[in-house]
Ligand binder design. Structure first.
Ligand SMILES: Cc1cc2nc3c(=O)[nH]c(=O)nc-3n(C[C@H](O)[C@H](O)[C@H](O)COP(=O)(O)O)c2cc1C
Length: 206
């Protein structure tokens, strides 16, 4: 089957992308607004961008029509206070991560709704999620707008200034997956465990 993107409705474009580019990691992003009220939301259009300077990126899509300025709170907060924490989620925190995607009125914190605890960050004002196994404290590097913020997506790049790793996960300079127990996002409400592994060493040139 060969298709031209121009012939596809937007819903099908989303379904094809999110159903094929997977499993995706999930950025569980905490921010604060100007009054210091924390916000928390998951984003699976997310990945690493660079290791030096250490940089992450995630994509914020258009908001529901009822949001002020047509922007999700995460984007509005980062534009006001240019920093955020990318918490990573795992098997233990998956349900809380999912709860934090509930659309609450601006100013009402998803931390309480999801039953997780804000913990002070080392380098920025926005708190991390105390229960998250890994957290990257970021300052905003740049926002690249694809289409428009209201009808397209805002790709947010953050430079990592501080890192939290739960002690049992990071030992001897290595990440221990059996302690970390990460999850991946599939399409719709599907998720994957990272349990059935295989190794494939790189092949040197002949
Ligand atoms: C697992 C998961 C992944 C998500 N990924 C994205 C994403 O990549 N981009 C996006 O705009 N929304 C994504 N969402 C939806 C947002 O989390 C949702 O719109 C959230 O309520 C936005 O919150 P905010 O207004 O507090 O920023 C995702 C939701 C879930 C549950």
């Amino acid at each position: 089957m060969l298709m031209r993107t121009a012939d596809l409705p937007e819903r099908d474009r989303y379904k094809i992308l999110s159903g094929t580019v997977l499993p995706r990691p999930i950025a569980w992003v905490s921010t604060i607004d100007k009054a210091g009220i924390p916000n928390l939301a998951p984003f699976s259009f997310f990945n690493v961008a660079c290791s030096n300077p250490m940089t992450l990126m995630f994509s914020v899509g258009a908001a529901d029509a009822d949001k002020p300025n047509g922007k999700k709170d995460t984007l509005a907060n980062i534009e006001a206070i240019p920093e955020f924490v990318v918490n990573l989620t795992n098997e233990e925190t998956a349900a809380a991560m999912n709860l934090s995607a509930t659309i609450l009125p601006h100013g009402q914190s998803e931390f309480a709704w999801a039953g997780v605890t804000p913990a002070p960050s080392l380098t920025i004002q926005a708190p991390r999620v105390a229960e998250a196994p890994v957290a990257f404290e970021c300052t905003l590097q740049q926002i690249v707008t694809i289409g428009s913020a209201q009808a397209g997506s805002s790709i947010i790049f953050g430079e990592v200034q501080g890192i939290y790793l739960r002690d049992d996960i990071y030992q001897g300079g290595y990440i221990h997956l059996d302690a970390y127990r990460p999850i991946g996002r599939l399409s719709g409400s599907g998720y994957a465990y990272v349990r059935e592994l295989f190794e494939m060493p790189r092949v040197p040139a002949p």
